[in-house]
Design a protein around this ligand. Structure first.
Ligand code: TMP
Ligand code: MG
Length: 348
């Protein structure tokens, strides 16, 4: 080895010497570490609190507290969570682009049909989120949209393998904290019903591919497909669920997440137990999502709304309809806090 190489002080050697000296100094001055840690933890906690306050709206805090107390008194044995899927469990924006819905992510083998469904989306989605159209008129428009969209999926011969491929290519992501929320509820045997006007078969595939695990407490109530022996879509089971008819009849369609047969629309024993859980946390991004608990004779319900779009025009109605409203595509941490408050109670 040359003399030059042995005696040159390389940047690596300089950095390593500096690191040793710094560690030595810190060991002699532990107070510095304590102050630095406190300041930074405080700053991080303060930032989280500010972000939460910025995106959280509660119109009637007293009413919320009363509901929380009533639920706390019975504990987790009477609790269940009913959650919408698109834009509630999933994010509305992903890296500056609109996240896709379970309908929107589908790519059929014949792209002509994707274009047709995209045109329907461009026409009907602004109507879906328009705050000035009456519920009656909007219900008719939504029926029309779902009917046309489902017909195009059948006509275009959607296959199960196209579903798998579409999900793997999709721009779809869960809100931060969704997995932790599901895990927390699973550990306490609290059921979660995902109640969606989207497509059950796609939601199952999204859970499988994006979360890489299943939850024994999670069930899906949504539009379910029937495939022929070649794996081609031939029909949809039961009554169509769209954003404004999430009602009792739809609740009766509850089927366990892995039940691919799904022939029966009736309540199984397991599903019936859902009816005895009379404390409900409802999560939705649409006023129509409030109908998800209509089939239950609940005693207490805390409704959490995610307002993703048209905030200026829709906030007034959202804060009246929901006990808690989250803005700005907020993560699920606030809901996890709420649920953990409710579960750490006398009833447990
Ligand atoms: P959700 O009940 O899980 O929120 O699912 C319904 C969403 O699906 C709703 O916001 C509109 C959207 N949708 C599409 O993106 N494309 C479609 O073709 C249809 C019928 C609905
Ligand atoms: Mg939704």
């Amino acid at each position: 080895m040359s003399y030059r190489l042995l005696h040159t002080t390389s940047p690596f050697v300089i950095k390593t010497r500096f690191r040793f000296r710094l560690v030595g100094w810190l060991v002699k001055n532990p107070a510095f570490i304590r102050v630095w840690c406190c300041k930074n933890c405080y700053r991080t906690a303060a930032r989280i609190e500010m972000a939460k306050a910025d995106s959280l709206v509660i119109l009637d805090k007293d009413s919320l507290e009363k509901k929380k107390t009533a639920i706390c008194n019975t504990g987790s044995k009477k609790l269940q969570v009913i959650a919408d899927f698109d834009a509630t469990l999933t994010r509305y924006w992903i890296n500056g682009q609109r996240g896709q819905t379970s309908h929107g992510l589908l790519q059929q083998e014949n792209p002509e049909y994707d274009d047709k469904r995209q045109k329907l989306y461009e026409y009907y989605h602004p109507l879906e989120i328009c705050p000035t159209i009456s519920i009656e008129e909007k219900t008719k428009l939504m029926e029309e949209w779902w009917e046309k969209s489902h017909a195009l999926l059948i006509e275009g011969g959607l296959t199960y393998s196209a579903i798998k491929m579409s999900v793997s290519n999709a721009l779809i992501a869960f809100r931060e904290g969704v997995v932790e929320l599901f895990e927390y509820l699973e550990e306490r045997d609290v059921p979660v019903l995902i109640f969606s006007a989207g497509l059950a078969d796609i939601i199952e595939e999204v859970l499988k591919q994006k979360l890489h695990r299943s939850f024994k407490n999670v069930k899906i109530i949504s539009n379910r497909m029937t495939f022929d022996t070649d794996g081609r879509l031939v029909s949809f089971k039961g009554k169509t669920i769209h954003v404004l008819n999430k009602n009792e009849h739809a609740l009766d369609m509850a089927a366990p997440i892995h039940d691919q047969s799904g022939v029966s629309n009736g309540l199984t024993d397991d599903n019936a137990s859902v009816k005895t859980r009379t404390n409900v946390i409802l999560l939705g991004d649409h006023i129509g999502d409030l109908g998800m608990s209509d089939g239950l004779k609940y005693e207490n319900r805390i409704a959490v709304g995610f307002l993703n779009d048209n905030i200026d025009k829709s906030l007034a109605s959202y804060q009246k309809a929901f006990d808690v409203v989250y803005l700005n595509d907020a993560p699920m941490w606030g809901v996890l806090d709420l649920v953990s408050d409710l579960c750490s109670s006398r009833g447990d």
